[in-house]
Design a binder for this molecule. Structure first.
Ligand code: HEC
Length: 197
């Protein structure tokens, strides 16, 4: 947790390599340099607001996820999720998430959630809640039967696989599918930020 700079540099290098592919790359470049400790402070201060916003969606996960086990030692910057800082949580059925690359395949009902926020020169801004829920076989066979949901900071369901605005969250599966079924289409946080079990 003392190495605030290293992951950032690594992400910058990655962003540069994938610049044409990463629609969110500019957010990384303009984001403020900031210590892990400061990011944790921001998260603690912002949490009640984040949770109140997501709860407006009425989505059952929005009022529950923060009681689940957390798999990140602190919010980590996710270049693939708009350069936001994210914290990864998983429900009881998704306990094997903590085995990371040795995860196997999660059971139906497993849910992984990430809340998020952005730190810009203008201050701290709530970001969306990102969800992946394992559905029954046949729900979305080409995407590992994962349902992707994006809930905005104001509690709107922006999109949900096979539900409201399903097309708007197709890009989630398109990227997660790149990692393949060996690790159940999950990417996991960078090693420095993982809770080790
Ligand atoms: C360009 C690639 C890309 C896109 C697009 C993308 N993700 Fe991810 N996702 C990742 C990577 C890389 C991680 C691991 C790092 C992290 O946690 O941010 C991840 C992690 C996650 C996790 C934690 C589970 C895991 O894989 O470890 C969830 C939940 C998630 N994404 C949901 C979503 C949703 C919902 C969308 C669409 C709204 C989305 N993602 C779009 C690449 C992507």
């Amino acid at each position: 947790m003392t190495k605030a700079i290293k992951p950032t540099l690594k992400l910058l290098a990655l962003s540069a390599a994938f610049l044409p592919a990463l629609f969110i790359a500019p957010a990384i470049v303009t984001a403020e340099e900031i210590s892990d400790e400061k990011v944790i402070e921001h998260y603690e201060a912002l949490s009640p607001k984040l949770q109140a916003g997501y709860a407006k969606s009425g989505h059952p996960v929005s009022t529950d996820y923060f009681n689940w086990d957390r798999y990140t030692v602190g919010p980590h910057k996710s270049s693939t999720h708009g350069g936001r800082f994210v914290h990864n949580y998983a429900n009881d059925l998704a306990k094997a998430y903590g085995k990371y690359e040795d995860i196997g395949t999660l059971p139906v009902g497993a849910i992984v959630a990430k809340d998020s926020f952005k730190v810009t020169k203008k201050g701290v801004k709530p970001g969306p809640l990102f969800l992946m829920e394992k559905m029954a076989t046949g729900f979305s066979p080409e995407d590992g039967d994962w349902k992707y949901t994006l809930i905005t900071p104001n509690g709107k369901i922006f999109g949900e696989t096979n539900g409201v605005n399903s097309k708007k969250v197709k890009f989630c599966a398109d990227c997660h599918n790149a990692v393949g079924e060996d690790q159940d289409y999950l990417f996991f946080p960078e090693e420095d930020y993982r809770v080790q079990n």
